[in-house]
Design a protein around this ligand. Sequence first.
Ligand code: BDP
Length: 719
Amino acid sequence: MKINPILLFCLILLAVAAQCSSAEDGYELWLRYPEASKNYTKQLNKYFRNLVVNPQTNNPMRRASIEELQRGFAGILQKPLPLKNRLSRGSLLLALSSKLEDFALPAPENLEQLGEQGYLIQRLSVKGNTITLVTANTERGLLYGSFALLQQLQQQKPLAELNIRSVPSVDLRVLNHWDNLDRHTERGYAGQSIWDWWHLPDIIEPRYKDYARANASIGINGSVLNNVNASAQSLTPRYIAKAAALADVFRPYGIKVYLSARFSAPIDVGGLPNSDPLNPAVRRWWREKSAEIYRAIPDFGGFLVKANSEGQPGPQDYNRSHADGANMLAEALAPHGGVVMWRAFVYSEHNAEDRAKQAYNEFMPLDGQFADNVLVQVKNGPIDFQPREPFHPLFGAMQKTPLMLELQITKEYLGFSTHLAYLGTLYEEVLQEDTHGQGAGSSVAKVADGSLYQHTLSGVAGVANTGMHRSWSGSIFDQSNWFAFGRMAWNVNAKARDIAGEWLRLSFTPASQFVEPARDIMLRSREAVVNYMTPLGLTHLMGTGHHYGPAPWVAELARPEWNPTYYHRADKNGIGFDRGPKGSNAISQYAPILAQRYGDPNAVGKELLLWFHHLPYEHLMPSGKTLWQVLVAHYDQGVSEVEQFQADWQKLRSFVDPERFASISARLKIQAREARWWRDASLAYFKAVSGRELPKGTREPEHSLEYYQSLRFPFAPGN
Ligand code: BDP
């Protein structure tokens, strides 16, 4: 059969096009390196003609930097850069600061300020040749600088002005994976765990390296591999070998491996009769276990511990304190340079005290008792990663202990991976909150970076949202939360707005006709979720166990603080949790100036009104409307925002590949439906419990309260 060559050519073109378009499934994250526009390519060709690497070394981190640069240029410029030994016009020089004199380069100022992790990117003129310099004091700095340069080029930033000096504000920038050894991820909405524990250490999936690249590109330098609700199996030789294999993959990307340690491991896998932290045999077991881990993983980071919290074992089982427990592990890790990240997420059903107060009460008296290599890891708010909470009162109050801020990237309480909710704004809100710990200007950011009380250890942790879904995060927009976490851990004063713009340019296109409206959606998205789920400071109204959907009516669970009714306290007369002096007095855990503000319903602001106050529905709001009217209006506002996002997104079709456009559109459709569900079910309930009618002109809930109460979701993910 004769084939028409033109037809054949067209067929090949079609096949290639099909392949290209199906490639956009989100797997590449913000590291897509698409070909630059014609104009920009012209400039790039002038500015980047070759790559000079000084010295040529076999260092694995250096190899990773070069490989990434070449991968980037192969995409953006459609060709890797030729490697040269000597500088010439258009050289890209990647060199340690100590080697700059080999090129007779004037040393840029204040290089020592780059420290161990910072980098500098500069345009320089050398003997009439203009070159681009990426320099740092360490290989790690060069790696971060290489990624940063590529991010500039991907965003098509003006080249002539290239001048970036960046140093992280926090030392430990760590992902917490709540991943179990059977690959179920607690609160994971992106499929199975990315760690194939069963086949490790023999099978090394390509995903492991891509994971490391993604993290290094945003400065994340640590990964806790297993769930805080830990299995002691992770500490057995078999599993240590598996963790070591992952550590080997991550090392060239500057990522240390950590493990969650189950406090009862000496009993569970060590054959000891107890795990009392003051028992010498137990202490010896942990010392030997640590030494064993360091033999397999010489740069092991340390342990993360959830103790005496939600049924986990801990030192209090032996009437010892959290400090006793943490210090025992600290002693075992200290000779190897490891740290303990001891979580303050504790509350007890046997304690009648307001749950929001319990962690503070438990940990404040221990301030000053923790060993030097212990950080106490504190969630951003006093309850549990809700759409909105006030900042945790331990921030600013606990002075002698470095506090590690724990944020949640996975959206356990903000619509799983289906709802579009950009968390950059939540992170920024928390970090910029003023604790008044040392008077005005004592932001949570200053606690996190250690500067408020001059701690040398500092850290930020993020509960990861990764899984086997091709997009890693279960949806394209959820990738932005991983990205924002990395950016804010690197710079605790970064702006959510800037980060959103950067993520959009890297993940889609630098075109401002796309970036501006898409960013607008992102910046409004978290508030929309707050409004249709838990407006005005309401909290924890989600379905039992799985946390999917509304269930404000649940009142019979064994533990009082697991019931939504515990939090909203709505009845015929009013709604909200009184945390003032006549109530739980949780406000007393904040600095006096804040206690005063939070304690006054007219000063606290509507965002946290019902968090701190129980008020009659007739309470007059500053607008002159009643609390009831405003509550209903916020639910409506949340729903209409999401409908607006849907409409706005449709206008952006021409900027986005069909696959990602469709996948985002489909999720927005679900979100709009679920926002209406949240609003309708919540209002049906609050109507019934208050005996009130909805304000005139307000849409009635679509179904009866009984209908919403009858819904069951036995297979909701992440539970
Ligand atoms: C809650 C989660 C639970 C976690 C716990 C924790 O529902 O799955 O184990 O936090 O942080 O948000 O330990």
